[in-house]
Structures are given as C-alpha cells and as structure tokens.
Design a protein around this ligand. Structure first.
Ligand code: ATP
Ligand code: ATP
Ligand code: MG
Ligand code: MG
Lengths: 250, 250
C-alpha cells in the first residue's frame, strides 16, 4: 500500500501524521518506507541531519540517482526513510516542459515498492508538481483535516485535484480516508467542525480523532516518534489507534 | 507602507496576522487595504463569500482587470479588501515564460497605493511566483514564526529568497520584523524556541508575542476580526499591541 498524505492547507498535521503513522506501522512489524517530498524536510529532520545528506529524493526524481542510493535506516526497526532537502524546491523548474513530469515518482517507486509492506509519502502545502507526483504514485490518499474554520474551506480544491489525477494518470487512486487532527474537544468550534467534516466525508472519516497534545509537538525536537518519546500520552494512543484502523483496511 | 506577510511553513498564523493587523490599523484610523494573494482565500472568506466574486486578484495580475474593479469594502471602517479565489492557483502556469512575471503586482499596485496608508498582503505557504510577486511589490516583509520545532528550520530558505529578491528586483525591501505566533508559555518547547528565534533574529523580533488563544481560531468563522468578536481576549490584546509596535516604526 502506497499512502500519500496530502492537504494544501498549511499546518494541519501532515508531517506529524506521516512520522507517527509510519512509526506505528513499523512497530506493528510492517516493513515501512517514509518518503519525504516536502522541501521543508520536516519529516527528514525528525530522523536525520538534512545537511549531512549527499543524495536526496531530488536526485532520484531528476534521474541522477536511484532510490536505493538515498534510503537511510532510522533508529526504529522496520522503518526506513527517503530524505529530502531544500533542493527539492527546484523540482518544478527542473521538470518544466517535460510531458510526463508528474510520473517521475511512480516510475522510480516501481523499483523499490516490492520490498515494503507500506510506503508513506509526506507532501508540502501546495498542489503543484511535487504533490501531483505523490498522487500519481500512490494507491491511497490520506487527508488530515484540522478541526478549524479555515481547514474545511480548502477541501473542494483538493478533491477536484484528486479527480483530475484519477481521470487520466492514476485511475486506481482510492481515498483511504480523512483523519481529523489538532482537535480540541473543549471548544464549540471543534465540535461544530467535526460535525461538518463528517457531513461532507460521511463514512470516509476515521473513527480515531487526533487530539491536540503538546507531546506531539515536542517529540520531533528529540528525534523520536511519539511512541518512545511519550508512550502513555494521548498523542501516542491516538496515533496507535489510527495505525490499527489503517491496518484493518489493508 | 506595503507589508507582505510571508513564511513558506504552513499554518504559522500568516492569515490570522493579516486579518487582525489590517483591522487593527483600520481601527487606528489608517486607511488600509488587505490583499489576499493565497488561492486558499482564507483572508477573503473572513470578510466575503468567495463564490460571489466576479473579478479577483487573479484577473488583475493577468491584465484582465484593474485593482479598482476588485476592491470591496468590509464592515470595518477604513479597511478594504482585494479578494482572491482558487483561480489564483493557475497564476504560475498563466505567467510561465513571461520575463517579468514577478513584477506584475508591483506594476498594478502603483495605481492604487497612494490612496492607502497601509497595504497588507497575505501569501500562501510556498515560495513560488505568487509570493515572489508579493516580495517584489512590498516595502517591508513581516515574518510570523510559530514557536515550535519545525517552524525554525525553514527560515534559512525564506531569508535566502528575500536576499535574491533584494539583489535585483526590489533593493528597498526591508525586514519589518519577526513576530512569534501560536505561543504556549506553559511548555518548555515554547520557551526554548523563543530563545532560539531571538538568538537568530536579535532586535528584529517584535516585543509582542502572540499567544495561543482559541478566540483567534473562532473569530474568522463569525466573519469578524478579534477586536469585535472578543475585545477582552488575550488575542485582541496581543494583536493590538503588535499593531501599536508597527505604527511606531512607520
Ligand atoms: N495533534 C497535535 N497536537 C499538538 N500539536 C500538533 C499536533 N499535530 C501537529 N502539531 C503541531 O502543529 C504544527 C503543524 O503540524 P505539521 O507540521 O505536522 O503540519 P503540516 O501539515 O505537515 O505542515 P506543513 O503544511 O507546513 O507541511 C507543528 O508545530 C506540529 O508540531
Ligand atoms: N494565536 C493563535 N491562537 C490560536 N489559534 C491560532 C492562532 N493563530 C492562528 N491560529 C489558528 O491556527 C491555524 C493556522 O493559522 P493561519 O491559517 O492563520 O496560518 P497560515 O500561516 O495563514 O496558514 P497557511 O500556511 O495555510 O496559509 C488556523 O486554524 C488559525 O485559526
Ligand atoms: Mg509538513
Ligand atoms: Mg493563510
């Protein structure tokens, strides 16, 4: 299963979900690869020092290297990482005019996907060439939506983009589901938005809601996933429960 | 003064700052224009219904309309809005190959800037053609930085982009300052990051720190700025204090 985590709204928990879902799957003994497709490299800096990287995903997508050359082991058994750095921001210019520029990742991933049970792809907060590559390469898309006013507004554009991708480039792309993130159950805005998200996405909304939990904000600073940084926290319980829901699907 | 609010990290409070700073300036009797340059149109949906718009900033930047045609009044005296909608996402493709594509906003703003004391520009979480237009058109840049681990990592790229813009396209671009947002003073991560931000940006960090305050999250849903939605809240006090600091500068 190749899961792309995408939402062009910024700061909704894409990276936090990518890190803790991929670590969760690894702890459940699934061989997992986390691909960081965000030039901000937030997933990458959680596991390695981005300045120490010789080759990154940018070199793979521009044909200068193979996936095997960039993949690094993490401290978590069963979890490997294909890291990114800022050079990825040049991808749009580099692939201009290339008729199949959004198939680059799909072509390259074919070499390595047989050796993993799950591949998780973290994306930047845009709907440009980088996120298109991730949508074309994926079997499923997971959409994190923050339970706040701005977050619900932008989902039409994302759904439209998914339809366009499905129409010609990736007919098999399925919506894995929508996960509500950064939820604060004390506020009426939180409750209202959850009701609205469920009205729009119906049974595609995961039962697990990820609550706001400061441990989730702290764990990347200590280069850890939530499971070792704060195993008894609400954040660890929420992401474990999401991992188990996803394991039941496929 | 033309202030561009930019940071390619998502969800750090760019729009929340754009809305509440422009409203704050308007309440201080400054004629203010808020320009929404984000295809997500979060600033726009706080004041008007984006589906009711005939002409938007996209039409201005592609030469099909003038600024005057798109500017709408808001319920706040002294505050006008140049709204956006999703069509703005097509700008990158529309301006491809145009040698002075990043001067479009600067050229168009010249017609209207004399009638305002302050122009505030909200930008999307990317460093593409839209944000470049905003940096070339601006006299000052205001950088909101969330006091969290990921937020500090991305500032090198932003500073590099500002230097590139300053070198050829806009030598007068000044850093108005850095404002720390979404701050939670109860956590040690919050305190550590504030210390790091002050170490990097020194006297360019505004004294006002914007604390996390749920009223700031709620007010856009009621189509209001924080000053009328929750006048006694910490959010209103923080943004009023930031407005006063900026008024002292110019
Ligand atoms: N459940 C949570 N509780 C508390 N903080 C959270 C939670 N999820 C994410 N955060 C924090 O919110 C901020 C935004 O999260 P994150 O960076 O994962 O979002 P993103 O969608 O990947 O952002 P971008 O759009 O920039 O890629 C980060 O500082 C993160 O630590
Ligand atoms: N000081 C604050 N206290 C509480 N919530 C806040 C605060 N500032 C912003 N928020 C909330 O955090 C989320 C992100 O803020 P906002 O949308 O303003 O960021 P942004 O940088 O404009 O995001 P994007 O990168 O998508 O444009 C929103 O839901 C907003 O309501
Ligand atoms: Mg991210
Ligand atoms: Mg915004």
């Amino acid at each position: 299963m190749i899961i792309t985590i995408a939402n062009q709204k910024g700061g909704v928990g894409k990276t936090t979900t990518a890190i803790n879902l991929s670590a969760g799957l690894a702890y459940k003994n699934k061989k997992t690869l986390l691909i960081d497709l965000d030039p901000q490299a937030n997933s990458t800096i959680t596991f390695v020092d981005p300045h120490s990287l010789e080759i990154t995903i940018f070199d793979v997508l521009t044909g200068k290297a193979n996936f095997e050359d960039t993949i690094v082991k993490t401290r978590i058994p069963n979890l490997e990482l294909a890291p990114a750095n800022i050079s990825l921001a040049k991808l749009e210019r580099e692939l201009l005019g290339d008729i199949d520029s959004h198939f680059r990742l799909k072509d390259k991933i074919a070499d390595i996907s047989p050796s993993y049970d799950y591949i998780i792809i973290d994306t930047p907060p845009t709907l440009g060439i980088i996120t298109l590559n991730a949508l074309v390469a994926a079997s499923h898309i997971l959409i994190p939506i923050q339970s706040s006013y701005f977050a619900l507004e932008g989902t039409d554009d994302l759904l439209e983009t998914i339809e366009k991708v499905r129409y010609r480039s990736n007919p098999n792309l399925k919506l894995l589901g929508v996960v509500i993130t950064l939820h604060d159950k004390r506020t009426s805005l939180g409750k209202d938005t959850v009701a609205q998200i469920k009205k729009v996405f119906k049974d595609k909304v995961f039962k697990t809601i990820i609550s706001k939990n400061v441990r989730l904000e702290e764990s990347p600073a200590y280069r850890e996933s939530i499971y070792t940084f704060a195993p008894d926290s609400k954040g660890a319980k929420d992401y474990l429960s999401l991992t188990e829901e996803i394991l039941k699907i496929g």
